[in-house]
Design a binder for this molecule. Structure first.
Ligand SMILES: Nc1ncnc2c1ncn2[C@@H]1O[C@H](COP(=O)(O)OP(=O)(O)OP(=O)(O)O)[C@@H](O)[C@H]1O
Ligand code: SF4
Ligand SMILES: [Mg+2]
Length: 329
């Protein structure tokens, strides 16, 4: 399916904080910037705590359920700024134009509802209550679940992890969303099932033209299925580029992530780990938040604010102010 090469959603300078009654607001994401085009598959990678899930929640309007708030910046979806959207606008969008498979979705389906009841609930969201049973079966077919009649009557505990994940994806697809956000959809699944879920996402994208955001710690998996990659570190977007462009990364953090990949390590060589830990939220240093871990850090990296992404949106962008030194790594 051909899709226009223009942004469906744009994350622009988003800052997310957790307000507190007695303490200053805790900033957990500062300088998130990336676009997702119509029909594109974009991977978001970064260590635990880098802000991947919180960024997703800005796109689905559920930040407040985790105590978060967009403090500044814009989330533009088809021309509309979701950062300031009303509850009524979100009611129209959430689960309709934008589908979400949450992190830990394996535990996700409501344990006391049959699969049929879960799909019914998702389909009612569309406002069209006709032929719900037939449409539920179609959704299970779409996510390649066999023995549909039996599965409809089952409860989540009766399904394998891979099947439960397929059900969650079916629920998210009930409204034929333009954007599907899948937050670590393969974590906890064995390698064969992981690859089946990835094949399913690829097929959904190519047959339905759905843009997909895939969050994962697995760079090999992102490389295999995505068009572009967004790299997050300590609440900031530090590099954005196509999978091809990121074969030659322009940020020391991405280079370090690549060096720690098992799939491309030379046989017999020692696996490289990334030096130190990302600074915790509330303890960010001045200047570049990667400075304490960076092998080419310079004195000017540690002053002022965290570097902006350099380069126009849609091109290979990096938030490193010393890319001229990258060949030393
Ligand atoms: N309610 C909260 N109060 C304080 N800190 C929070 C809260 N919610 C999230 N955080 C912090 O915000 C940061 C970003 O969280 P987020 O869940 O987006 O990380 P992530 O990149 O998705 O990590 P993971 O890979 O482990 O899922 C983390 O350091 C987290 O501890
Ligand atoms: S800005 Fe400086 S500290 Fe940050 S990644 Fe680039 S060289 Fe390293
Ligand atoms: Mg997460």
């Amino acid at each position: 399916m051909s899709t226009p090469n223009k942004p469906l959603i744009q994350i622009k300078d988003v800052v997310i904080g957790i307000p507190h009654k007695r303490r200053p607001t805790l900033i957990i994401v500062d300088k998130a910037n990336f676009d997702i085009n119509y029909g594109e598959m974009v991977g978001i990678v970064g260590e635990s705590g880098s802000g991947k899930t919180m960024i997703c929640r800005t796109m689905i309007g559920t930040l407040e359920r985790r105590g978060g708030k967009i403090l500044s910046g814009e989330v533009i979806f088809e021309g509309q700024n979701l950062a300031t959207a009303s509850d009524a606008t979100w009611k129209n969008l959430r689960g309709k134009s934008i589908g979400y498979v949450p992190q830990s979705a394996l535990a996700g389906p409501n344990p006391v509802l049959t699969i049929e009841a879960q799909l019914t609930e998702a389909l009612r969201n569309t406002g069209d209550t006709k032929n719900i049973k037939a449409r539920s079966k179609e959704l299970l077919d779409l996510v390649k679940i066999r023995r549909v009649d039996t599965v409809m009557k089952q409860y989540p505990y009766q399904l394998s992890g891979g099947m439960r994940q397929r059900v969650m994806i079916a629920c998210a697809l009930a409204t034929s969303p333009k954007l599907l956000i899948a937050d670590e959809p393969t974590t906890g699944l064995d390698v064969t099932v992981q690859s089946q879920i990835m094949d399913l996402l690829k097929e959904i994208r190519s047959t339905m033209g759905t843009a997909i955001v895939l969050i994962s710690h697995d760079l090999a998996l992102i490389d295999e299925v995505c068009d572009r990659v967004v790299v997050m570190h300590a609440g900031a977007t530090v590099e954005v580029g196509s999978v091809k462009e990121l074969e030659k990364p322009r940020h020391p953090y991405t280079i370090a992530l690549n060096s720690s990949r098992i799939d491309i390590a030379k046989p017999g060589s020692e696996l490289v780990t990334i030096k130190g830990n990302a600074p915790s939220v509330g303890e960010w240093n001045l200047g570049c938040r990667f400075a304490e871990r960076c092998s080419i850090v310079q004195s000017d990296c540690k002053v002022g604010v965290h570097p902006e992404l350099i380069g126009a949106s849609g091109t290979h962008q990096s938030a490193c102010i010393h890319t001229e030194l990258l060949e030393r790594i």
